[in-house]
Write a protein that binds this ligand. Sequence first.
Ligand SMILES: C[S@@+](CC[C@H](N)C(=O)[O-])C[C@H]1O[C@@H](n2cnc3c(N)ncnc32)[C@H](O)[C@@H]1O
Length: 272
Amino acid sequence: MTPTTVGSAAASVRNLLTDNPELYETRFPDPERLAGRWAEDCLRRHGAGPRVLDMGCGTGRDAAYLHGTGREVTGADLSEAMLAHARTHHPGPAYVRADLHSFALGRGIFDAVVCLDSALLYCHTNDQLGGFLDSCRQALAPGGVLIAEMRNGAYFLGRTDLLDAPTRNAFTWQGAVYRSTTTLTVDHTAQLLRRTRVWTVDDGSPSVEQHSAWRLLFPQELRHLMAAHGFEVLELHDGPGPRTEPPWREGLSPGSTADADRLHVVACRTAP
Ligand SMILES: C[S@@+](CC[C@H](N)C(=O)[O-])C[C@H]1O[C@@H](n2cnc3c(N)ncnc32)[C@H](O)[C@@H]1O
């Protein structure tokens, strides 16, 4: 059967997982709230104040974790489905619709912005990246911190293991088996990692082909962008983090290399 194509440029944020947040949490479970705990550890180590903005908050589970530690959290996302899920299933934070590429939620009203699991890489162009960093800078109080965790573009230099063959995954949700076949390709000109994912469900529904992309950001490029938009990089490393192997756990310190699949950055808003 010919797959239905979704994920057009006009609706880049729409995809099967972000339109079905419960499916997203089933596919990417984090029962121990590792990402939230890692973010909280970064916030504490850098002495961040209580007001946190989680940009690209998705299902809201990290925002709610941070809320549970006593912080005043706002979660922001472009997907209405994600926001509705977050309000119902992960209450506590305020949830608002905002675009990573450019947002204005108030001047100097946050002590920290967190942006987890490659949400930042939905800024595909330099203008979008600049818009994100300028918006964060405006939202942060002086000395506020930006914490982001994402795929590492540098990992793809000279390595083809993630590109060579499609990866297959299967999981069960509400009694149906979901199978995905994912193919990654590098668009060298746009500096994007493009993903094609074909979903089949054993409930008789037609298969769905979905296209999305992440910006391939290199560590030194990120450092340069941060400086150009008024941030001083305090940490930039490939782990340990919530999605590294082995994963981060309490007590582990940031490493000093930026070679592996994930990139973690903590930066501080410079004066004035
Ligand atoms: C991979 S998910 C990460 C979600 C969450 N941060 C987490 O770690 O579970 C990326 C999220 O970014 C959101 N997103 C994509 N493009 C966006 C944009 N331009 N503005 C705001 N959110 C966006 C998606 O809706 C999705 O919730």
